[in-house]
Ligand binder design. Structure first.
Ligand code: SF4
Length: 307
């Protein structure tokens, strides 16, 4: 069986160890951005699942400078004994600002001596030529990763979740970023309302054929204060059961191209906001079950590569 270190898939930790040769940890930052899907440029309600914190509920305090947030993140994770850090611009849309402002915040992060790379969560419709030039320039200093929240390839689902851009927009942004040598990581949500297992696996299959370097698999969380919560409470859809999710994630791992780093296999929503599924708060248990299922199936990433 093919292995990447101890795991039968190309894990993020393995990638970090191979790339930087030391223990690397992520610090999540809040640069005080907004989002065009919230401020009225594209929409006002945001993506249907997005919390008031702009999907950055674990990020730093936007009242602090980027350097202060990095320092706080380093202190808060000192028990993990990391030697270097990825500065993760997580909350809201992190390229939705002027190039001047983006240059200032990203440069501040990159110049921190303990930062090995920066990772920027954004939307593909917020990446124009000038911004991509800036990112490419910074990528010459330290690695710059761009995280795109695609979630699904299905336009009906994209419409339901109010993603606010077409698949072709994602493809264009991906291609522009890759032309400039930037690393692209794609977020996928598993368990979106009305999507079948076959549709979710089709999203994985599609991504195998795109020039992407990383993928984050995320379980759909229903959070307080979102329109998704209203739909859930009205009984319009059900969330995945734990066994269903574990089986589905392993189905995905079997299909993800072995060249693509798997950055995340699940996620734990903020406990004070999480409505469902509550089992997801036991993150370590879920990860153990995924690894157990991988063992039972005697499987590895890239085993089932559809052409
Ligand atoms: S694009 Fe991101 S920040 Fe904006 S509403 Fe959607 S999930 Fe939230």
């Amino acid at each position: 069986m093919r292995r990447w270190g101890e795991k039968p898939y190309y894990s993020f930790n393995y990638y970090l160890q191979q790339t930087f040769g030391c223990k690397v940890y992520k610090v999540a930052l809040n640069a005080g951005m907004s989002c065009p899907n919230r401020d009225g440029k594209i929409g006002t309600g945001g993506c249907i699942f997005c919390s008031a914190g702009g999907s950055g509920d674990f990020a730093g305090d936007q009242k602090c400078t980027i350097t202060e947030q990095i320092e706080q993140g380093i202190t808060g994770t000192s028990k993990f004994h990391a030697n270097a850090y990825v500065a993760y611009f997580q909350a809201y849309t992190n390229t939705y600002a002027s190039v001047k402002r983006l240059r200032a915040i990203f440069t501040e992060a990159i110049q921190h001596p303990k930062v090995a790379a920066i990772s920027i969560a954004t939307r593909p419709d917020c990446l124009d030529e000038e911004k991509i030039e800036l990112l490419a320039e910074l990528n010459q200093v330290k690695p710059v990763w761009i995280e795109l929240g695609l979630q699904t390839i299905w336009e009906e689902t994209a419409f339901y979740i109010r993603r606010g851009y077409k698949l072709s927009c994602f493809e264009d942004a991906c291609s522009q970023l890759r032309k400039k040598g930037l690393t692209v990581i794609v977020h996928v949500i598993l368990g979106l309302p009305n999507e079948t297992k076959e549709q979710m696996l089709a999203t994985i299959h599609y991504l195998n054929h795109q020039d992407i370097q990383g993928i984050k698999l995320q379980l759909l969380h229903v959070l307080k204060g979102t329109d998704l919560a209203l739909d859930y409470e009205a009984g319009n859809f059900q969330v995945l059961e734990e066994e269903e999710y574990v089986s589905l994630v392993v189905d995905c791992i079997e299909r993800i191209s072995p060249e693509i780093v798997i950055h995340r296999l699940t996620g734990d929503g903020p406990k004070d906001l999480l409505i469902a599924p509550l089992w997801s708060t036991r993150k370590m248990q879920v990860l153990n079950e995924i690894h157990h299922e991988l063992k039972i199936r005697n499987t590895w990433q890239g085993r089932i590569l559809e052409v």
